[in-house]
Ligand binder design. Structure first.
Ligand code: AMP
Ligand code: MG
Length: 488
């Protein structure tokens, strides 16, 4: 029998103590022949789990949702969301929260199984997930973590041994996702739209206690909550922009209150710099295009602010004013983070008022030359102007001179500039062709060696090591634009 001691579960399920309208308790939906295809040993260690115990038949039964570990109280969370601008009731239709695990460092994390079967929120769906997309979430979320971008993590993927029906028959799989929490803007939208204000207040108080305990005693803690979430999301989205990450489906149900990136469906990293970059096959109007992400972040936060109105002030007019004031601060906070990040990418330690122009000038030249975003910064970091049209552009030469002048004005040794740039510009990102190659080998041929090597390289994005060089290369040019699909 699997006991709490063997694996190291240490559950305390606070979400399950909320009013029961916030979730549905669910029973496991056993799968036929679960097989562990990947386990994150290092994350298991950090969480205080015995990785070997997770790899035993009993451990795998738990990761497959076939067996409920001691202390777990499986549930599916209720939430709503604006999907591409349209408001819907959603909820965990193919996921279950196994419970909240308290780590040896006393951190509380959600352990969630994604692809674990039908729940009362499944609507027409089968509650299942395919192996390819779950491995994709594993790769990209772990790469994001290594890039120091707040994110949910991936502990394991188990193949279910069952087929699922999509456009073709696919292997089913379950991802074990670890998050600070799964409370979303959509969770608040659910409460604000369909539950009495007392329940909304309970949710807000719970969220404050769990994620922002330092504001509990503030004069208006709900305003502080709004301000803190604005700060976290502004910081998060600036990091996405700086890394060239395109989330692809920034619906309000995919925006966390903790400020973690969540739900790696159609996301991908941009190659050629272009504000209009969209990879998702369903994002036909470019709502979630790269250049639109900061704006959509603000839009989603405005939806969050609306849910808090009854808590912000007794008089609606006053509440609206308070919310608008807070929301109007978002752009500035975002821009400050982005500028700081760009300074670091270009080795700049101090501030000058024309810095923004210097940055946008470079980006314009990159856009004009369809320059690879990551590799342009990599070349600048290595001071190795490699073969690429951008480096032959006279405008670039002029820009380069201005940048060098800017660097010389700050009086910082060259080595420090170089160190800052290496630490701010990843040399490897999960390039689309590399991710596809790894997924194809794994999901279609059962060969996980390509994926494991990729994960290893992605775990040190700032290392600039020799053996990573292969992974910096661009794919052979293709006439077919890269497209991603929702992980359903
Ligand atoms: P996502 O696109 O993964 O953020 O999911 C949006 C909503 O659709 C959530 O409520 C999911 O739980 C639900 N959903 C996605 N895929 C499935 C599925 N295969 N079965 C049931 N519900 C699903
Ligand atoms: Mg989602």
């Amino acid at each position: 029998m699997t006991s709490k001691k063997e694996i190291g579960w240490n559950f305390d399920n606070s979400y399950a103590r909320l009013p029961n309208t916030f979730f549905s308790t669910v029973k496991p939906n056993p799968v036929d022949a679960p097989k562990l295809v990947i386990l994150n040993d290092s994350l298991a260690g950090t969480l205080g789990f015995d990785a070997d115990a997770l790899k035993t038949a009993e451990g795998i039964e738990i990761l497959a949702g076939n067996h409920v570990p001691e202390g777990s109280a499986p549930l599916a969370q209720a939430y709503a969301g604006h999907q591409f601008g349209h408001f819907n009731m959603l909820g965990d239709g193919r996921a279950m929260l196994v419970g909240e695990h308290i780590t040896p460092e006393d951190n509380r994390v959600d352990i969630q199984l994604k692809g674990s079967g039908r729940t009362p929120f499944s609507r027409g769906g089968d509650g299942r997930a395919a192996l390819g997309p779950m491995l994709r979430e594993y790769i990209i979320s772990e790469a994001m973590h290594a890039l120091r971008i707040p994110t949910t993590r991936s502990l394991a993927v188990v193949a279910t041994g069952e087929s699922i029906i999509r456009e073709s028959m696919l292997h089913g799989a379950i991802l074990t996702r670890v998050a600070d929490s799964h409370i979303r803007v959509g969770t608040f939208q659910y409460a604000a739209n369909w539950r009495p204000v007392e329940e909304l207040r309970i949710l807000a108080d719970y969220t404050i206690q769990r994620h922002y305990p330092e504001i509990e005693g503030d004069e208006n803690p709900y305003l502080s909550l709004l301000q803190e979430v604005i700060k976290r999301q502004a910081a998060l989205i600036s990091k996405w922009q700086l890394a060239g990450f395109i989330h692809g489906v920034m619906n309000t149900d995919n925006m966390t209150i903790s400020g973690e990136t969540i739900d790696y469906g159609p996301c991908a990293f941009m190659d050629s710099y272009d504000l209009a970059t969209v990879f998702s096959s369903i994002d036909r109007e470019g709502r979630y295009a790269y250049g639109n992400q900061p704006y959509i972040g603000g839009w989603n936060l405005a939806r969050f602010a609306e849910t808090l109105l009854p808590l912000l002030h007794d008089e609606q007019e006053e509440a609206v004013k308070i919310a608008q004031d807070a929301i109007s601060g978002y752009n500035k906070i975002y821009q400050t983070h982005w500028l700081a990040g760009m300074r670091a990418k270009l080795g700049i330690f101090n501030e000058e008022k024309d810095d923004e122009v210097l940055f946008t000038d470079l980006l314009k030249i990159m856009q004009k030359n369809k320059a690879d975003y990551t590799n342009t910064f990599r070349s600048l970091t290595l001071d190795k102007i490699e073969e690429a049209p951008i480096f032959d552009d006279a405008e670039f030469a002029k820009w380069h001179e201005q940048w060098q002048d800017r660097l010389s004005r700050q009086n910082v040794p060259k080595e420090s500039v170089s160190k800052l740039m290496r630490n701010s510009n990843p040399s490897v990102i999960p390039r689309n062709h590399r991710v596809e190659e790894a997924l194809e080998a794994a999901a279609e041929k059962g060969d996980y060696s390509v994926l494991k090597k990729l994960l290893e390289v992605l775990s040190q994005p700032y290392a600039y090591s020799k053996d990573q060089e292969e992974y910096c290369k661009l794919p052979e040019s293709s006439s077919i634009p890269y497209q991603t699909f929702c992980g359903t």
